[in-house]
Design a protein around this ligand. Structure first.
Ligand code: FES
Ligand code: FES
Length: 132
């Protein structure tokens, strides 16, 4: 299967690979797995508690090139957004940006799920839960 140039670029030069302190109250961690293939993605955000702005984002993905590219792109998009803006990131935006083919759509779903899980973790740690 042919990967798009953007997927290859993110795969070869992944942005923001790394780890934030998962015990910090300002850090939210999301770990999700894809039942389709067994790939696993960990995505973390560091939030300014006064503004709700995501100041840093890191990921580690044990998975296919599209999953790595989706999470790399997600960390780029997350930085500078508020957690509420970040909740609106959709896997379809990732599919479009990376030109993912149908068999790779679940890789972008993994990234959306990881973003949501990281936000939830941050919210739960800080007593900010809301229901959706
Ligand atoms: Fe499963 Fe990409 S093939 S995450
Ligand atoms: Fe915030 Fe669901 S994304 S509670």
């Amino acid at each position: 299967m042919a990967y798009s140039g953007k997927v290859i670029d993110h795969y070869e030069n992944p942005r923001n690979v790394g780890t934030l302190d998962k015990d910090a109250t300002t850090v939210g961690t999301g770990v999700v797995g894809a039942p389709e293939c067994g790939d696993v993605m960990r995505l973390q955000i560091q939030v300014n508690p006064d503004t709700g702005v995501i100041e840093d984002a890191k990921f580690k993905t044990f998975g296919c090139g599209s999953a790595i590219a989706s999470s790399s792109l997600a960390t780029e998009w997350l930085k500078g957004k508020t957690i509420h803006e970040a909740e609106d990131i959709k896997n379809t935006q990732i599919v479009e940006e990376l030109s993912l083919p149908p068999v790779k759509i679940h890789c972008s779903v993994l990234a959306e799920d990881a973003i949501k899980a990281a936000i939830h973790d941050y919210e739960h740690k800080n007593g900010l839960e809301h229901d959706d």
